[in-house]
Design a protein around this ligand. Structure first.
Ligand SMILES: [Zn+2]
Length: 357
């Protein structure tokens, strides 16, 4: 594993990302502003020496954390997930082993996801991706829960694991595992909601859960070697008009870390980022949100670029200095059901709030 030498002069050494040919983070440039610390540390993800370009950013703690929201007189019990079950899903998904595109385990996981969606309105978005390592079958899996309001809330979570690390013992418990699992748990939630309504539409927007594929770069992260499944869906939905119906698109990624710190990814829609923070506040979870902020590239980017309101819910501080990210140490022992609960409940509340907008 290759560690970064130093950051640029004049910047605090937090947080350094560890880019290398095989441990390339799934975003080309990552910058953060840490509370009370002024920095933006951009990291290029490429082979060979890493150029660390830097720009300055004002230390602005108020930028990361929205002002406390007005107390909302909403005394309805907050929606909640079953965190034990969500954690068990994470364990089962991770137990498949490496799940990179083109692998047998990847196919097994597809079947596992489909098996868990029996009775749901499921769609298969399969295609062949042209990558720097050749052609691969890529498949987004969708579960749709229709709503009474005209519009769609889309939740993404990628299920593929890092391709360059395929022979390293890397299993992606957090990066790939947690995102797959939280969506399975959301499916359970919306299934039971539907049962309570005796099969009637949910009272709000339609919710589409999408297990995205090919999020990871096969060589190193570029606009064309990354987010294969998401790019495919964005193009397709632009053509068929679906894009215009999306009220919000939320991405779940690396949300299982026991030491949970969800970053405010500034590649996102400000009102939606603020809404998520308010949802977190309602659950008393705000200390796990937005301690840092900066632009991160992830599955939402093809939609963000097209003007869809997006928010990437990600904790890119996985182990100090993000040391477990894209390493064989990304294992179940680093994760906690509590973190899945914090994110899961916050997102369910956020959906509830978007429904009421
Ligand atoms: Zn990754």
């Amino acid at each position: 594993m290759k560690y970064p030498a130093t950051t640029s002069e004049g910047f605090e050494t937090f947080p350094s990302i560890t880019p290398s040919a095989t441990q390339c983070p799934p975003w080309l440039r990552v910058g953060f502003a840490l509370l009370a610390i002024s920095l933006v540390n951009s990291v290029a993800c490429a082979k060979g020496p890493v150029a660390t370009a830097s720009t300055t950013a004002k230390a602005d703690s108020s930028a990361a954390i929205p002002a406390p929201s007005e107390a909302v007189p909403d005394h309805a019990p907050l929606p909640h997930i079953d965190s034990k079950r969500a954690f068990e899903y994470t364990r089962e998904v991770t137990a498949f082993g490496p799940r990179y595109i083109g692998s047998e385990n990847h196919k097994k996981l597809e079947r596992y996801i489909f098996d868990h969606l029996k009775g749901d309105q499921v769609e298969d978005d399969a295609f062949i991706a042209d990558t720097p390592e050749g052609k691969f079958p890529v498949r987004n899996i969708l579960a749709k829960f229709p709503g009474t309001k005209d519009g769609i809330i889309v939740i993404f979570g990628h299920y593929d694991t890092n391709y360059p690390l395929r022979n390293s013992g890397y299993v992606g418990a957090n990066d790939g595992g947690s995102s797959t699992a939280i969506l399975l748990e959301f499916a359970r939630y919306f299934e039971s909601e539907s049962q309570l309504l005796h099969g009637k539409k949910r009272d709000g927007y339609s919710v589409w859960l999408v297990w995205t594929d090919g999020e990871e770069a096969v060589k190193s992260w570029t606009d064309t070697d990354s987010v294969y499944g998401s790019r495919h869906l964005a193009e397709k939905w632009e053509k068929d008009g679906t894009l215009k119906k999306i009220k919000a698109l939320l991405v779940m990624d690396m949300i299982g870390d026991a030491d949970l710190n969800i970053d405010r990814n500034t590649n996102g829609e400000p009102w939606l980022l603020d809404l998520i923070y308010t949802a977190a506040e309602r659950g008393g979870y705000q200390s796990h949100f937005y301690g840092r902020q900066g632009p991160i590239e992830d599955d939402h980017i093809p939609f963000f670029k097209r003007g869809v309101p997006t928010a990437d819910v990600i904790d890119l501080d996985y182990g100090y200095n993000n040391v477990f990210h894209h390493t064989p140490q990304d294992t179940m022992d680093k994760l906690s059901p509590k973190s899945l609960e914090i994110v899961g409940n916050t997102i369910l509340e956020a959906i509830h709030m978007i429904d009421q907008r």
